[in-house]
Structure formats: C-alpha cells, structure tokens
Design a protein around this ligand. Structure first.
Ligand code: PEP
Ligand code: MG
Length: 899
C-alpha cells in the first residue's frame, strides 16, 4: 500500500491542489493558511526560504491515534528534509555547514500567537560551533542556541518562562546590563550552560542534542498546541471548528540577528487601524522575529527601514505590492533580512478594525482591484455593528482634562471607547467580567497568547509596553475590543495591584476610561456617546452599494418619532412595527389607561378612550411625518391589560398595612383596584387575553386606535405628507378573528377619510406569531393584505418555551450541550419555526400574490435569520434602528451568496 501523503514540499503546491480537487479553500484546509501562502509565494517567484509542510490531516491522525505519528509521516519528513538540504545547500546536523529550521504552526484560519513555534532547530553543542565559524560571529551563534533551548524548554518540554527569564534577568543585573543586546558572546556561552542546567534540573533529562529528535519532538509539540487551552479559547470565540487541525511548517531559518545589515519585521500593506493606503509596520535591526511580535524591544516604524537598508526596503515594497495585487486584499507579512537579503516568511490577509475593513473594501473597489460585490463581502455585519458603538465625545474629554483626570497616552491600537474597572491579570479579568458581570479593563505590562481569555472578557485593554503590532494590539483589533498599548508613562506594580503615573495611583478594581481611537486614558468614568453614521462616509457608500445589491428591504421597529428619524437616517425603508401600547405607559397617560381598563360599561370606557385619542393621534402624526413617503406599520394593542395596572403584591401589602393600622382614607378605592387586578390575573398571560383577543373582548380600544391612526394620516396628508399607514392586528390564530374585527376597523378608516375628505393608500394585515396562523395562512391571506412574522412569539409557541423565562433557566445549557445549535430567540430555527414561516409565505402568496411579507421579531436584525428571510421570499426585515445598517449589509450578503 502506498503511504498517505502527509508532507508537501515547497514546490509541490500543484499536487496539493490536485488532492483537494482544485479548491484554494481546500489547500488552506490541508496545508494551513501559512503553508498554502508560503507555497503560493514560492510559485509566483517571491523570495521564500526552502520549506516543507506537514498537513493538518497528519495533525488530526496524530491526535486520533493517541498522540502517535501516523505511519509514514516521519519517513516523509526525512525525505522532505533532504530536499530542503539540497535547495538550501546546507545539511541538518552538519557542524561544517549546518541547516537550521523553524517549526511553525499554521491552521486553516489564522490564530495569531495561539499555537506554538520553535526556532533554530538543529543547533547543538557541535553545530553551534560550526555556525559560529561559518558566520564568524560567536555572539550570534550562541544567542541562537540559548534561544532554542529556551523555546524548546517552554514549548516542547512545557517548562514555565520564568525558569529561563529569571536567571537571564539575574545575569543581566549582575553585569549591569539593560538590554539583551548588551550580552556578549561569552555571556551567551555562559547562559547556554545555565539554560541547559535548568532543563536538566527541571526535566531530569538533558536538552536533546540530536537534531532529528529535536525536529520530531517539535513537530509533536505543534500538533499538541492545537488542543492547548489558549487555542481552544480562541476557536470558541471565533467559531472555528476543532476538527480542522493545524499544519506544521518546517522552514529553513534565515537570520535577522546576523548583524546590523540584518533585521526582521512585520507589516501591513495598509493601515490596519484606519485602512489608510500606506504601509504600516515595525522592524528591528539585528533581531529575530519574536522580538518584534512580543513587543519586548521597542521597534522602529517600517518607513525608517529605507534609511538603513535601502536595497532591501525597495525590494520589500515591490514584493508587498505584488502580494496585494495577487491576493486582492490587504496583506499582513513577516519578513527577515539576512545580510542585506530579503526573505518573506509569511503573508496572509491582514486582520483589521471595523473602520479599516470598510475603508479598505471601498477603496479597493474604487481602485478597481475588487468588485463592489466583493467589497460587500469583505466587511462583516459584526464590524458594521462595531462602528455604531459608543465613543467618548470631545467635549467630555476636555472637561475631564481640565478636572485633572487625564492619566496617560499610548498607541491607539484598537479603536472604540470603553469604561471599566481595572484588573491586572487575565484570570481575574475573566472572572470579574463573566461571573461578576463587571465592565472590565484588563491592564498588563504586555499581553501574551495565554491572556486571551481575559482579553475576551474585557471591555478594554491597556498595556504599558509593546507596539502597534504587538500581541495585545493584534488580538484586540480582531475582537473589536478598544485597546491602547505602549502607554510607557504608566508604571504597573503587579504585586501591589496598582498602576501609577507620577503621583496618580489607580488601584485594582477602580474605574478608568480608555479611548482606543486616540490612545488616551482617563481616570474615572467618561460618558459614552453614539457615533453619527452620516459622518462615516465610507460606511455610507458601502451601505448604498448594499441597497443596490439586496433584494430584501430593511425596515425598523420604532415606537416614537425620534426612533423613526434615527431609523431613517440609518437607511430604513419603512417602519415594520410600532408597538402602540408603549405610548400607554407614559406617566401622564397611565392613570387614564387604568381608568379605561377598570371601566364597567362601554360608555365609561369610551369616555376615557376619548381622552387618550388626541395623544395617540399626535404620536402617529409624528411617525408619519418622520417617514414621509414610506410605509408605517402600526400594531394595535397587544399586551394583556394587567400590565398597565399597579403591582398586585405591592398593592396587597398597602391594603393590609392600612387595615392593620386602621387607616380608611382611600382604602375603598385600593380594595376595588386590588379586586380588579385579581380579576385580570392570568396564570399564563402570554397565552391569555392579549392581541386580537383583547380587541374582540374590548373593541373600543382598537376602534379608538384606528381612528387615531387615520385622523393623523389624514391630517398629515392634507399637509402634503405622503402617508402609507398599515394597520397590523397581532396574535391572530384563526381567520374568524379577522373576519370579526377587521371589517369594523376598515369601516372606521373609511369613515375618517370621508369626514376629512382625503384618501390615501393603506393596508390591513396581521402578525403571524401563532403556529396555527402559519398553518392556515391561505385562509388568513384571504383578509390580510400583509403578513409580519412575530418570531418572538412564534418561537415561544412553536417550541413551547416561555420567552420570558427560558433563557435564565435551561436554554443556555441547551445551547452549551448542543441540544440546540443556537439560541432560537436570537437566530431563527430554520427546521421548525422556519418551516412554518416558509409554508405561510407560500400559501399566503398562492391566495394573494402581492401579499407583503416581513418579520418584526428580534430575529429581524440577526444576519443568519436575515439570510433565511431572503431565502423564503420576504419583502423586508424589520429590526431596531441601531441594527438597520447591519441588516442592510446582511441582506446584500444574502443576495450575493444565493445569486
Ligand atoms: C413578536 O412576537 O415577535 C413580536 C414582534 O411581538 P412582541 O415581541 O411585541 O410580542
Ligand atoms: Mg408578539
């Protein structure tokens, strides 16, 4: 039997493509993003050191086989190594001309810093001497060797960093050195001894001298890091499946620490924070890659590289231009310059802030690099959401500055504002955020991949060290968490759990405000404000393209004119739900509403409703004005009446107290009120006297509402406003309910138009939120001119889960246990609730082809549910005004996906 192919050489991309049947996505799944892109860069002739990739399938086979290499893997690694030796002209383990390799993780989706890497594999007591001779640089050789022992110890042998860091610091201290670069060759030779001793003491065995053993152990360590805690935390957050596995790239080492004609860096082809079309990155002369990424040494901006290494810089700019054109996206690259010669070590599509995602997408479409449709797929609904998130306003910051509350500044690494209590380690930050539900700002000197769980639980991140491409910055940008790095005035005292600038001290648990957009830190709490969408011109452009592409319209749920105006400015094309009962809760109206509910005769009730009518008329007029020319769906009263009454228990207590104290003034009324509330009490009010049932039971209320709607519409129409009222009847379960109520209401509508002498378009329709209504949609469509899915109730009633209680009881566990894939109150359950919806649309349209169909439950703002509404042929989705931009993008993406 021929062994499965577990290993692909740098020049075997075609074979990998053939194996996965031509799909680039399949190549990335097999070789990981890093491996696939290294092979692709090699294929297009860019300078990449010789390498081979061990596939993700090998990683999965290793895990499945109980942490054992699958048959044939090691053999294939050895053969590939021989080819790399040939291509590089060096030999692994040969003291005369040693080949050194790195062993780098690389999964299908980039997981920056979440898995392991070992550099300088192949060094031992002999090859280090060879390397020193060959390069005529003892210092470099021994520095490389001590780095290998340190990395190997921590990554492969699982030793803690301190075991190496502590003696290193002690050594530097003893010699009076400040920086690692102060260490001499002799110092490093000494440190190699110290490190080897540390390994022996900690592990009970020596650091392995056999380069092949180093390689095989490092490969295993990278495999294992796929199942490490931080990788798993990250995958949960990013919804990356566990079964993808990681590939392992074994790459010829090139050295940025061979002297001052060498260097290393990371860069983005555009600014990942703002999207500006300008190279953005950091580099260090005479350093290895990890020095830049870890943010331990202070880096130089990439533009300065032209002064030190002009030739390499020029080539670098050319290569990155090729890469951006080739991948048609902003690239995030790692490179090393070894004695003036440029090597590319990685390229991938760069992670970016929401701001940058929008700008890069719009710019690239305008540059002709991508189409508008592609631009629409380059931005996620979550990113649009982030752009509408709160910020600090300038005025408040000025006031805070005057009051002496300005604390520090740093690099504005991830935009957005956050206010929270500070914690100095990831575990505490996570616990305070998750369990105590506190708003948390995580503060660290710098962050490491192990800190990801704390960063995820934080509202903001602040570090005193590191640069724009340090770990904290990269991760924060990706998760959209506001972040400031390198705020170097801040002295963090981890022992005393406090931070300090001058005399100003902030203790753990105290509040600060961080502005990731500007890099400023303030003491205490600053007020957050909502950004103005109209000022975000690139976003406005992108959303205009979205509207041109989408088939679904986006409407908004709005109860008040102010909400309607916001919805319109966010691009809503109508109001899909005005919950009229919210107007009844206004304090000045509530007493009248209560009297109306308590009325014993129809006349008494009508008298109270006559007081409410002008209020409602002006509410509706405000909506029609705000939505001039667009449809406005007004839903008639829905909730059960007891919601308008005082709290039963409290009232009972008051009555009892009065009786005990013998107080009589007002007791009678209170007792009467209590009796009425008791009479209105229902064990399960959600299934009780609400919606259309209430309208049939007490038609006077909705008769007043319909009169108010049409009087307002008529008045507005007379003023030249184009009104399109749509009256929505909630909670219909049988067509007979509509047959009873709708004609009465339509008569009122006509009467008002006659009285006012104006006519305009209008519709009567219903919500579909009871399963029976969906099942009998063809009958209901005989009367209803539109359907609007109330998926909050439809989900509640289809599952039989109480919408008010399920989430605090069992539902979250159901999702965690995989009994439900997603929370059905957030994302439409396509198989159950969705089937009812799809059936209702089809059957309704059979009877009434022009039937207008929408959705106004919470699902209307959820991208996955929006896609579903696109698929079943809805005309629109309606969601809260703040979700409108998100929904516009999601509607366009659904149309593109299902062309
Ligand atoms: C619904 O049930 O989905 C709906 C929009 O109505 P409400 O949430 O007001 O019951
Ligand atoms: Mg409802």
């Amino acid at each position: 039997m021929v062994d499965k192919k577990w290993v692909y050489l740098f020049n075997e991309l075609e074979q990998a493509i053939a194996y996965v049947n031509g799909e680039w996505d399949g190549v990335r799944a097999l070789l990981g993003g890093k491996g696939a892109n290294l092979a692709e860069m090699t294929r297009i002739g860019l300078p990449v050191p010789p390498f081979f990739t061990v596939t993700t399938e090998a990683c999965n086979a290793y895990t499945a086989g109980g942490s054992k290499f699958p048959a044939g893997l090691w053999d294939q690694e050895l053969k590939a190594l021989a080819k790399v030796e040939e291509a590089s002209g060096k030999k692994f383990g040969d003291a005369g001309n040693p080949l050194l390799v790195s062993c780098r993780s690389g999964a299908k989706f980039s997981m920056p810093g979440m898995m392991d890497t070992v550099l300088n594999i192949g060094l031992n007591d002999e090859t280090v001497e060879g390397l020193a001779k060959l390069t005529d640089n003892d210092r470099f050789a021994y520095d490389s060797y001590r780095r290998l022992i340190q990395m190997f110890g921590s990554v492969v042998m699982g030793m803690s960093d301190e075991i190496f860091e502590d003696p290193l610091e002690a050594y530097k201290h003893q010699k009076g050195y400040k920086n690692d670069t102060d260490l001499t060759a002799d110092d490093l030779k000494e440190l190699v001894k110290v490190f080897k001793k540390a390994v022996r003491e900690n592990q009970g065995s020596d650091f392995p001298q056999d380069p092949l053993q180093q390689l095989s152990l490092a490969t295993e360590a990278v495999f294992r890091s796929w199942m490490g805690k931080r990788a798993i935390d990250y995958r949960r957050a990013e919804a990356i499946p566990d079964d993808l596995g990681t590939a392992v790239n074994i790459v010829t080492m090139v050295f940025g620490n061979m002297g001052w004609d060498s260097g290393t860096g990371v860069a983005f082809t555009r600014n990942p924070a703002t999207g500006e079309n300008k190279m953005y990155g950091d580099y260090l002369l005479n350093a290895q890659g990890e020095d830049v990424v870890a943010g331990i040494r202070n880096t130089d901006p990439i533009q300065n590289m032209g002064d030190h290494l002009p030739e390499a810089y020029k080539q670098f700019m050319e290569v990155t231009a090729v890469l951006e054109k080739h991948y048609r996206d902003m690239q995030d690259v790692e490179f090393t310059i070894e004695r003036g010669r440029l090597w590319m070590l990685q390229t991938r599509n760069g992670k970016r802030t929401a701001n940058a995602a929008v700008k890069v997408a719009v710019d690239m479409a305008n540059e002709g690099l991508i189409s508008r449709e592609e631009a629409l797929t380059r931005v996620t609904p979550k990113q649009v959401d982030a752009l509408l998130h709160p910020q600090f306003n300038e005025e408040n910051k000025k006031v805070a500055k005057k009051a002496g509350r300005f604390f520090a500044t740093g690099v504005n690494a991830s935009p957005g504002a956050a206010v929270g209590q500070i914690y100095f380690d990831a575990d505490t930050a996570e616990r305070m955020g998750k369990e105590e539900k506190q708003a948390v700002i995580m503060v660290r000197p710098f962050t490491k991949p192990d800190d990801v769980h704390g960063m995820l639980a934080a509202k903001g991140i602040l570090t005193s060290e590191g640069g724009a491409t340090s770990h904290a910055a990269v991760v924060a940008r990706q998760f959209g968490v506001p972040c400031i790095v390198g705020a170097s005035q801040i002295r963090i005292d981890l022992e005393r759990r406090q931070m300090k600038v001058g005399d100003s001290v902030v203790k753990e648990g105290e509040w600060i405000s961080v502005d990731g957009t500007t890099g400023e830190v303030y003491l205490g709490k600053l007020e957050l404000t909502v950004p103005n969408i109209e000022e975000q011109t690139d976003l406005m452009t992108l959303l205009t393209w979205a509207d041109e592409t989408a088939r679904l319209q986006v409407w908004a749920n709005a109860d008040y004119p102010r909400d309607a105006r916001r919805a319109r400015s966010y691009g809503a094309k109508g109001i899909g739900l005005c919950r009229t009962e919210h107007m009844f809760f206004e304090p000045e109206r509530l007493p009248t509403v209560q009297k109306m509910v308590l009325a014993e005769t129809s006349e008494e009730r009508t008298a109270e409703l006559n007081i409410l009518l002008p209020y409602q008329r002006s509410d509706f007029a405000g909506l029609f004005e705000a939505m001039d020319g667009l449809p406005v769906i007004i839903r008639l009263i829905d909730p059960p009446l007891h919601e308008f009454m005082p709290d039963e228990e409290k009232l009972f207590e008051e009555v009892v107290t009065m009786r005990v104290k013998g107080e009589t003034k007002g007791l009678d009324e209170k007792e009467k009120l209590l009796a009425s509330i008791k009479a209105l009490h229902e064990s399960n009010p959600m299934l009780g006297l609400r919606g259309v049932r209430l309208s049939i039971y007490m038609p006077e209320i909705v008769e007043m509402q319909v009169r108010a709607i049409f009087e307002a519409a008529a008045d507005c129409a007379s003023k030249g406003i184009v009104v399109k009222p749509e009256v929505m009847i909630p909670l219909t379960g049988t067509v007979n309910e509509l047959k009873w109520i709708q004609p009465r209401l339509e008569r009122i509508a006509k009467a008002v138009m006659d009285e006012k002498g104006v006519s305009f378009e209008y519709k009567f329709g219903t919500m579909i939120e009871i399963p029976r209504a969906a099942i009998t949609a063809s009958e209901i469509a005989g009367l209803a001119q539109f359907f609007s899915f109330g998926t909050n109730d439809l989900t509640q009633m289809t599952f039989g889960y109480s919408r008010d209680d399920a989430e605090r009881n069992f539902l979250i566990k159901y999702v965690e246990e995989g009994i439900l894939v997603k929370n059905p109150f957030q994302t439409i359950d396509r198989e159950g609730v969705g089937r009812l919806m799809s059936m209702a649309v089809n059957e309704g349209r059979n009877v009434r082809p022009e039937l207008e169909v929408g959705i106004c439950g919470e699902h209307g703002g959820d991208p996955d549910s929006i896609e579903f509404c696109h698929l079943i042929g809805n005309n629109y989705v309606s969601c809260s005004p703040f979700r409108v931009p998100v929904a516009r993008l999601a509607a366009a993406q659904a149309a593109i996906k299902h062309k």
